[in-house]
Design a protein around this ligand. Structure first.
Ligand SMILES: [Ca+2]
Length: 285
C-alpha cells in the first residue's frame, strides 16, 4: 500500500468519523419506536450574518403594536458567530414604546407531529418574555371553537417570563375570546438562567411531552391533542406578565443557538404518525 493511498484512507476515515459524530449529536432525546427513524426536516444553526429568508419571515410592525411592543426587524439579527439575537430595546421611533422581535415560518415550513427543539440562552432583564412556540397552519384554525384543540392549538414549547428557575409550557385552543381554553405547567429548572439550555416538544397523535435539557418536564393531552400542522415562532413580547419593563436595563436579548425539527418516518419512508379524526371533547379538561 502506498503512503498516499494510506493517507487517503485516513482522510476518508476521519471524515466518516466526523460525520458520524455530527449525526450522533443531532438526534432527539427520544428513542424512535420500533421500525421507525427520526429524520431532520428543519434546521437552522443561525450561521452567517443574515437570517435565511428561505426559513424565516422576520415580522415588522409599522403602525399597530402587538401587546406593549412593536416587533421590529432590526431586533432580530444574527451575531455572525452562530447565534440569533432577539433584542428588546427602547424604541428609537416612538417615545414611551419598546421594540422587540419575532421570526416565524408561516410561509416557509409547517409540520404535523414530530420533535421540536431550540437551544437558547435566556434574557437577563424584566418586563418581557422570550418564547419558542407554534401556531396552527391550514387546515388548522386556532379560532375554531369546535373539536377542542384537535383542530388547532397554540403550542408554547417554552415561555420564559420570570428571572428565576421557572420555565413555562402551555397550550391554548378554541380561540382567544370567551371560549378560550388553556393548560400549562411551570417547571422548575435550577440554573436555567445561566448559559444555554434546550427546550423540546415531542408531539404525537396521542400526547405532548415537553423537555428541558433532554429531561421530561410535562406530559399532557389537554384539550385533545392537535392533529393539524403548525408553523414555528421565536419571539419576545413585552408586558406585565414579564415584569416591569421600566425596571429593565435595555437593550437586553435572548440568544438562540439552533432550531431543529424532526419527523418520525417508517423504514419505507412514510411518516410514521397517523392523524386522528376530529371529535368533540367529552369534557373541558
Ligand atoms: Ca378548536
Amino acid at each position: 500500500m502506498t503512503a498516499s493511498f494510506t493517507m487517503i484512507l485516513m482522510l476518508v476515515g476521519i471524515q466518516a468519523f466526523g460525520q458520524t459524530e455530527a449525526k450522533k449529536a443531532i438526534v432527539p432525546p427520544v428513542t424512535p419506536s420500533e421500525g421507525n427513524v427520526w429524520k431532520l426536516t428543519f434546521v437552522d444553526e443561525f450561521e452567517g450574518t443574515v437570517i435565511d429568508p428561505n426559513l424565516w419571515t422576520v415580522r415588522h410592525h409599522n403602525r399597530t403594536p402587538r401587546k406593549n411592543n412593536f416587533w421590529h426587524r432590526e431586533c432580530a439579527v444574527l451575531d455572525g458567530d452562530g447565534l440569533l439575537r432577539v433584542i428588546t430595546r427602547t424604541s428609537t421611533e416612538r417615545q414611551g414604546w419598546h421594540d422587540t422581535a419575532c421570526i416565524e415560518t408561516q410561509k416557509t415550513f409547517t409540520q404535523r407531529f414530530g420533535y421540536y427543539e431550540i437551544r437558547a440562552e435566556m434574557q437577563s432583564q424584566p418586563g418581557f418574555w422570550s418564547a419558542f412556540w407554534a401556531m396552527p397552519a391550514p387546515p388548522g384554525n386556532i379560532s375554531s371553537t369546535r373539536f377542542g384543540a384537535m383542530d388547532g392549538a397554540e403550542l408554547d414549547i417554552f415561555e420564559k417570563n420570570t428571572l428565576d428557575d421557572d420555565v413555562q409550557h402551555a397550550l391554548h385552543w378554541d380561540g382567544y375570546g370567551q371560549d378560550h381554553k388553556s393548560a400549562g405547567h411551570r417547571a422548575s429548572v435550577p440554573g436555567v438562567m445561566e448559559g444555554f439550555h434546550t427546550f423540546g416538544l415531542l408531539w404525537t397523535p396521542d400526547e405532548y411531552v415537553f423537555y428541558v435539557d433532554g429531561k421530561e418536564t410535562w406530559r399532557t393531552r389537554a384539550g385533545g391533542v392537535a392533529q393539524v400542522p403548525v408553523y414555528l415562532k421565536i419571539s419576545s413580547e413585552i408586558g406585565d406578565w414579564g415584569g416591569d419593563i421600566t425596571q429593565a436595563e435595555l437593550p437586553d436579548e435572548f440568544r438562540v443557538d439552533y432550531v431543529r425539527v424532526w419527523q418520525l418516518y417508517t423504514e419505507d419512508g412514510q411518516v410514521a404518525y397517523t392523524p386522528k379524526p376530529f371529535v368533540e371533547p367529552e369534557s373541558a379538561d
